[in-house]
Design a protein around this ligand. Structure first.
Ligand SMILES: [Zn+2]
Length: 152
């Protein structure tokens, strides 16, 4: 699976890539130099900054023009010929890029709001930051957006 580094101006695009299960490194306090170095880790750099042109090999750099995150995502998918895998959707933390693991519902008790805990029996937790996820309304909206975009 292709891995990405996402420019600080493209936070919402990073979120969408993570929702689809892509490893998308993003930090809003990463210097330009450190960002460029991520190409050497084998990541594709997604940026709006034209000064980066010529700083890394062209096949490691994608310039994003649009300001709408869904259009940006569509652009990345088409330009790089990505084939998002439905089984990878919602396997990654949108906050920190960590991988999610399923947890027993009692592990979410007292951490998520009570009305959420009583309404769901499936929870997962980010292995890096500990954030807990459940199939809530936000996820449902994201799923619809993804389906619309990918035509699945
Ligand atoms: Zn996390």
């Amino acid at each position: 699976m292709m891995r990405f580094a996402v420019d600080r101006m493209l936070g919402r695009l990073a979120k969408w890539l993570r929702l689809l299960g892509y490893d998308a490194k993003y930090s809003n306090n990463l210097s330009g130099e450190l960002f460029l170095a991520l190409a050497e880790e084998g990541r594709i750099l997604l940026t709006k900054n034209t000064w980066m042109k010529g700083k890394v090999t062209p096949d490691r750099l994608v310039f994003i023009r649009d300001n709408d995150p869904m259009v940006q995502l569509d652009e990345v998918i088409r330009l790089l010929g990505l084939k998002p895998e439905p089984r990878s959707f919602f396997t990654r933390c949108t906050l920190c890029n960590g991988l999610l693991e399923s947890i027993e519902s009692y592990n979410a008790y007292g951490i998520v709001p009570d009305y959420v805990w009583t309404a769901h029996d499936r929870f997962s937790r980010c292995m890096d930051c500990g954030k807990i996820y459940w199939p809530g309304s936000h996820l449902e909206r994201s799923r619809k957006e993804i389906n619309r975009l990918l035509g699945v």
